[in-house]
Design a protein around this ligand. Sequence first.
Ligand code: SF4
Length: 351
Amino acid sequence: MKNLILKLEKENRLCKEEWMCLIEGRTPELAAFLFERARETRYAHYGKDVYIRGLIEFTNYCRNDCYYCGIRKSNTCLSRYRLTEEDILSCCSNGYELGFRTFVLQGGEDGWFTRERMTALIRRIHAEFPDCAITLSIGEREKDEYQEYFDAGANRFLLRHETANEAHYRHLHPVELSLQHRKECLWDLRHIGYQVGSGIMVGSPGQTAEHLVEDLLFLQELQPHMVGIGPFIPHKDTPFKDEKAGTLELTLFLLGLVRLMLPKVLMPATTALSTIHPDGRKMGILEGANVVMPNLSPQENRKLYSLYDNKRCMGDEAAEGLALLRAEMEEIGYTIVSARGDALLDTEQEG
Ligand code: SF4
């Protein structure tokens, strides 16, 4: 099986049967070999640098009802909030002082933030922080709307596909949402020129090894610049409240595989990873990730952006805890850098 890892490292792709063989046949020994190759690949492109992104969760209103999500519209147990433009700008200033050069505006699909309001907000952030990258994570929109935000100064967009299998997508989402539209959004974003991020939850209800293979094949085709992979964690006020969480073991294995498939990818050690294991973030970085996304949102709002239970948002997950995070990364021989950390593009990825 090691020969498949070496083939993946060399050719950056595998066929369906080969992916299946690796996932189903994985052992601790194979994982150790994979992680060693993934680390080498990461060093070749990014050395031991870890990029930081300041996460601003600016609204927890959402018009959608994804079954796994704690801020879904049917969750009536949650207090809702929206940050004002001034609040958001003040998060950016605070982040800039701390050394952040990427701001990630993340929110539910909230109709209050109309196209006009979003465009004005992006323009203002771009004007006040011209040396910073602006990443949006605001869900599915029309292509011309994505284009307008790009023209206003947004550079990157995160939109996890969650699962590339139709039936599994249906299992996770209500009928108004479609996998086909989600994929179209991702292709639109690529064509406009955004650095695009996609990804999945590992261990989401109903997920099988075949589904993960379809996810890898989709990512192989999309060639995203960023990939977010974290374990599924149930939220107590959702239909999936009694489901089991995804495992650290399989999440790390997938991080390693994606590092070899997309050598230059920017990949966060997600908050979900550090929520299921106290050393989850360090392990993520050691097995192929190269980004961390501390929380820059106002402290009083952080608990309300509860995508899943017990989400970590303080201490080393918080922007003001950057010193802790820096020390944690130094412990394992890595260095937090303030650079924007754009994707290293190659011809295939620029398409
Ligand atoms: S996953 Fe995203 S789109 Fe779905 S309910 Fe949650 S915030 Fe809304």
